[in-house]
Design a protein. Sequence first.
Length: 458
Amino acid sequence: MTVSVFDLFKIGIGPSSSHTVGPMVAALRWTQRLAELGLLERVAQVGVDLYGSLALTGRGHATDVAVIVGLAGHHPRTVDPDAVPGIVAGIAAARQVQLLARHTVRFDPKKDLRFLQRQRQPRHSNAMACEARDAAGELIERRMYYSVGGGFVLDEDEAARNSPDDVGPETPYSFASGAELLALGEQSGLSFADMMFANECATRTPGEVNAGLDELAAAMSASIDRGCRQEGILPGGLKVKRRAPGLSTDLRARIDSALHEPLQVLDWINLWAMAVNEENAAGGRVVTAPTNGAAGIIPAVMRYHDRCYRGTPATRRIFLLTAAAVGALYKRNASISGAEVGCQGEVGVACSMAAAGLTAALGGTNGQVENAAEIGMEHNLGLTCDPVGGLVQIPCIERNAMGAVKAIDASRLAMMGDGTHLVSLDKVIETMRQTGMDMRDKYKETAKGGLAVNVVEC
């Protein structure tokens, strides 16, 4: 197993896992490193350089905000989203930050947070360097970090030696491909979810695993519910109105008409997916699934299963464990970073994961689950990441709604068959990787191509 379900699904804040969650974690890790090396008290001033996609779309994705909050000692899982504006405003006004909430140093975000848009680091487009200087201006420490998608962060040493086989503890059902996962299931008689659960129990008790899965499911559900309540205009300047509250009210008012509108369930799925991503775009609390930009797909599909098939805590656990097994394959063998392979690595992967999770929750076989995951990605191949204004709003919010519906259809198609199919999940993952490598950089979360340049005003 290349990644734990609790690493793939992380509770954090919006609007981006790679541009908000990752940089916040990186800044916090760096300050913790200073303390571990005994350097913290020597630091008089800090600065951060942002490169590549972090520089090009960082302001729209709140990367500057994330870095500031991370330097101040906050983690995306625990920071109060409502407190973030005040934290940032206080640091900007004082032109200083209290590292780890205990050591005050000079830091003027306008000067010391630098967006180097024309510079790209070779290892990954999402790169940032943190540096500390003493009172005389001499460099004490400088370290490069890479936000590689889904909130995962590697420092320069980890990036240099990183291999998928190095990640995670030894587990009873280790797999590096869909073929291996299917073979393990055949040998053991276990489902993907069963094997993932056994792997998680290598480091946690069964009770801890179940409690963690229930917490993730509850956080996903809460993001839907809050998104359905919060009204207003999304931040960033595009003046995009939050639609979920109005749509929720409308659907509840005409719920009886569902008897005459057999496709009304699609309206609810659209609502649930958009509610999450409007909440994400507003900087609210969501779950990376596997990224923030695609955070609405899995919650929407899981709620669809809950409402239409009377889901239970047990089926939600099956859903999440199965989705994580598929997501781990994309993380290991391709990418879940829009800056690396385009939106096929975000919405495409989330669609594939959701299709697999739904199929498993409905009692599908391992072969049908693998087929559903393959269908979910096959019809997202080549999807570009072209956010208008560098904001996770257009086309991202509606794209989650489309991805959720597509995941459900992929599951239904897979369950019409017996799991036998021509294109394997491994082949479609490799195709996605190759497509991402061939894709021009302007279509990979730079706001320099696609809708980002053809729709300049909304």
